[in-house]
Write a protein that binds this ligand. Structure first.
Ligand SMILES: Nc1nc2c(ncn2[C@@H]2O[C@H](COP(=O)(O)OP(=O)(O)OP(=O)(O)O)[C@@H](O)[C@H]2O)c(=O)[nH]1
Ligand SMILES: [Mg+2]
Length: 348
């Protein structure tokens, strides 16, 4: 993992202009400043081929944070060069590892740099950097570990209908799976506390990372807040919304089945098995009353019992896989962190 650009701790240094938020860092060549004792606010921007927007996004974000990191994920355009020229530190994956992998790198880098708050914001200019202070404030006040910029907390302006519907389905599935009720499970505009950075543990490489985050936040007992944001959809869309929606939804189901196999398979399996056994008893009843075999009821009972046993078996298998994967994932994380530390030593 390569790092370009540089941070200049100590650049600037006066206390924030207003409240607990950092003052502008426009006068600071690499977007970094001495925080004078207040929590360090770092922004991380996952980026893939965003040369049209990344420069202006970095410049806009720098006004509200101490440092800007751009996690470049194998962009084939000039994104990395423009981001560095605009004052960001570019962390390069060297190839496309996916949005979720970029978020993992962002969290790890934020933690490594001692961020009191890490803001993650998209590189394509859809988010408004002026919203950063409102996202950061609940973390600074100790009211939240994760603050999500929600497009749906207030009436969304200019969000196309098909997107609203798609987002609603993904949020409903993620809420049901995680047990946490949020209005926008897929927002890429978020702020994290230092506690969240050290506790969140993600595995998803793709766009389903936002849903996985909601599972992880619930699992770790993190305090979550939402603040309303408006998003611009003026530019061209980059991904097919149907393919994107199906992909995230299927990953949410996989996540749920791996995290809570007994909820997804064990409970329905048990209910089906009980239903099958009761139907089986009914077959005996009918035979006792009429001396005839109720073939339809018998077939129904066999089908229910088989499906129930299959559900229970799947739940047990997934539980065993979960235990196995936990060890594997720990090893993978350790090697990823070692790689990140090597990159940091080589480039920072
Ligand atoms: N590092 C990294 N960033 C990515 C990847 N895919 C997307 N991104 C960035 O993640 C952010 C969100 O991705 P988008 O493709 O804009 O997703 P979206 O906002 O849901 O979709 P649109 O409405 O079409 O813009 C943008 O800043 C992208 O540049 C990736 O594979 N790696
Ligand atoms: Mg976008």
């Amino acid at each position: 993992m390569a790092v370009t650009g540089s941070e200049s701790p100590g650049c600037g240094g006066e206390p924030p202009a207003s409240g607990a938020l950092p003052a502008s860092v426009n006068d600071c060549p690499q977007g970094s400043r001495d925080t004078g004792g207040r929590p360090l606010v770092v922004a991380a921007i996952p980026c893939l081929d965003e040369e049209r927007f990344i420069g202006s996004v970095v410049l806009a974000v720098r006004k509200y944070v101490d440092r800007v990191l751009v996690i470049d994920d194998g962009s084939t355009d000039a994104s990395a060069e423009i981001a560095a020229a605009a004052g960001a530190t570019v962390v390069s994956h060297g190839g496309n590892r996916g949005y979720g992998a970029a978020i993992r790198t962002a969290l790890a880098r934020g933690k490594e740099q001692g961020a009191g708050v890490l803001v993650v914001i998209d590189a394509d200019g859809q988010h408004d950097a002026r919203d950063i202070p409102r996202l950061v404030q609940p973390v600074l006040d100790g009211e939240a570990d994760v603050v999500i910029g929600s497009r749906f907390l207030e009436k969304p302006k200019g969000v196309p209908f098909y997107r609203r519907m798609g987002q609603r389905v993904l949020t409903a599935a993620t809420n049901a799976g995680s047990g946490r009720r949020l209005t926008d499970s897929q927002s890429g505009f978020r702020a994290y506390s230092a506690r969240a950075l050290s506790l969140l543990d993600l595995t998803e490489d793709g766009m389903s990372a936002s849903s996985e985050m909601q599972f992880a936040m619930a699992g770790k007992g993190l305090k979550v807040a939402e603040v309303p944001i408006q998003v611009s959809y003026a530019g061209q869309r980059k991904r097919n919304p149907v393919g994107h929606g199906v992909n995230v939804l299927s990953r949410v189901l996989v996540l749920l089945s791996l995290r809570q196999p007994f909820v997804l398979f064990g409970i329905p399996g048990t209910l089906l098995l009980i239903g099958g056994l009761l139907l089986g008893l009914r077959v005996f009843d009918i035979y006792g009353e009429k001396q005839e075999l109720a073939l339809g009821t018998l077939l129904g009972a066999i089908l229910l019992c088989l499906t129930g046993v299959l559900g229970l078996f799947t739940a047990i298998m997934l539980q065993a896989m979960k235990e196995l994967l936990r060890g594997q994932w720990e090893r993978f994380r350790q090697s990823e962190e070692a790689e990140l530390a090597d990159g940091g030593r080589g480039g920072d």
